[in-house]
Write a protein that binds this ligand. Structure first.
Ligand code: AQP
Length: 331
C-alpha cells in the first residue's frame, strides 16, 4: 500500500495557503487511498527566533486544526514530530549524507537567512540543516509520496537525492519518495503582495487569510486584495499576479478551472466578492469543528499520544537499519 507523509510547521497560525496547498488534500483524498502520516513538525519551528510558549500554543492549535480539517485518527496517524525520537536520530545520518553546498542552495535557506540577518538575529545552524531533518521525517517512514505545496518541492527533491545516495553507498535502506502538488493553488500568494507566497510567519497579516479568521475579517482581506491597474479579468500570473491569485483561490474553493473562470468576470469587484464568499464557505465547517475540538482538549492529546506510538513503531525498524548500514554497532 502507498505510504504518505507530510507535515505543518507551527511557526504561525495556519493559512489558506497551507489548507489549499496541502491540508485539504490530506483530509479529502490522501487519508482514504494510502497509509498516511501527518505531523506537526515542531522541531522545524526552532530554526528561527521563537517564543517557547507560542510554539507550544501553535503546536496544539495546528494539531487541532488538522483534525478539524477532517483528518480521521482512525484512518491516518496524526502526531507531533518531537514525540518521536527517530526523526532526530535519522537527521544526523542525513547530515552525514548531504553536502554543505546542497544545503546552501535551498531557496528557503537563502530567504530565511536573509530575513534573520535583516532583523539582527544570528542565522541558526539548524536553518541550514533543516532539509536534513525534513529528509529524515520522510525517509524514516518509507513514504512513497509527500503531498506539499510548490514551495516545499525543492526540499523533497533533495530528500530523493539523499535517499538515492545513501542507498548506493550503504545498500538499499530507503524508499525514494516523490512530491505531489495540488492541481490548483499549489502556491497561494499574499493578497497584499501577490508576487510573494502567502506565508504564516510573515509579519503583516493583512494579505494572509488565516484558517481561524472570522468571516468579516476574511471579507475585508479579500476585498482589499491588491489587483492590477488593468481592467480585464485574465488568468496571467506574470502580467496580473493579483487577479490570477484570486482566480486560483476561487477555482480551488469551487472546483473550477481559473482560466475558465476568468472569462465569466468583467469586474475585479465581483471577482473579489465571489472569492471572499467562497473562502468563508470553505472555512466555515473547519472553524465549527475546531470550536468543538477546543472544548475537548483531552481528545486531541489522546489522538497525539496514540499517533506518536504508532509512528514510533513504524519508524524504528528503518532508522535502526540505517544505523547498522552506516557501520554503527548495535547497542
Ligand atoms: N502559500 C502557500 N500555497 C500553497 N501551499 C502552501 N504551503 C505553505 N504555504 C503555501 C504548504 O503548506 C504545507 C505546510 O507548510 P509548512 O508548515 O511546512 O510551512 P512552509 O512551507 O514553510 O510555509 P509557511 O506556511 O509559509 O510557513 P513559514 O512562513 O514559517 O515559512 C507545505 O506542504 C507547504 O508547501
Amino acid at each position: 500500500m502507498t505510504r504518505i507523509f507530510s507535515g505543518v510547521k507551527p511557526t504561525g497560525h495556519l493559512t489558506l495557503g497551507n489548507y489549499l496547498g496541502a491540508v485539504r488534500r490530506w483530509a479529502e483524498d490522501d487519508q482514504y487511498r494510502a497509509e498516511a502520516l501527518f505531523c506537526v513538525v515542531d522541531l522545524h519551528a526552532l530554526t528561527m527566533e521563537h517564543d517557547p510558549a507560542r510554539v507550544r500554543r501553535l503546536s496544539r492549535q495546528a494539531a487541532t486544526l488538522l483534525l478539524a480539517a477532517g483528518l480521521d485518527p482512525e484512518r491516518c496517524t496524526v502526531f507531533v514530530q518531537s514525540h518521536v525520537d527517530e526523526h532526530a536520530r535519522l537527521s544526523y545520518l542525513m547530515e552525514c549524507t548531504a553536502t554543505d553546498g546542497e544545503m546552501r542552495r535551498m531557496i528557503q535557506y537563502k530567504e530565511k537567512s536573509a530575513q534573520a540577518k535583516a532583523s539582527g538575529d544570528g542565522v541558526r545552524l539548524s536553518l541550514l540543516t533543516y532539509p536534513a531533518l525534513m529528509a529524515a521525517d520522510i525517509l524514516a517512514y518509507s513514504a512513497d509520496e509527500v503531498p506539499v505545496g510548490e514551495d516545499q518541492t525543492q526540499h523533497v527533491e533533495l530528500t530523493r537525492d539523499l535517499a538515492v545516495r545513501f542507498n548506493q553507498r550503504y545498500g538499499h535502506t530507503f524508499v525514494v519518495p516523490k512530491a505531489t502538488e495540488p492541481v490548483v493553488a499549489a502556491r497561494v500568494m499574499d493578497l497584499q503582495d501577490p508576487t510573494s507566497k502567502m506565508g504564516k510567519s510573515h509579519a503583516s497579516g493583512a494579505g494572509i487569510v488565516y484558517l481561524l479568521d472570522e468571516p468579516g475579517v476574511v471579507h475585508k482581506k479579500v476585498m482589499r486584495a491588491v489587483t492590477d491597474s488593468g481592467r480585464e479579468v485574465v488568468h496571467d500570473r506574470a502580467a496580473s499576479p493579483g487577479v490570477a491569485n484570486l482566480l486560483e483561490v476561487l477555482g480551488a474553493c469551487t472546483g473550477q478551472e481559473p482560466g475558465a473562470l476568468a472569462g465569466t468576470y468583467t469586474s475585479y469587484g465581483v471577482l473579489k466578492k465571489d472569492a471572499a464568499d467562497a473562502v468563508v464557505e470553505l472555512l466555515r465547517p473547519v472553524q465549527e469543528r475546531h470550536a468543538a475540538l477546543v472544548a475537548d482538549p483531552g481528545h486531541v492529546e489522546e489522538v497525539l499520544r496514540r499517533g506518536a506510538g504508532r509512528a514510533r513503531a513504524m519508524a524504528r525498524p528503518t532508522v535502526d537499519a540505517a544505523y547498522r548500514a552506516v557501520g554503527l554497532l548495535e547497542p
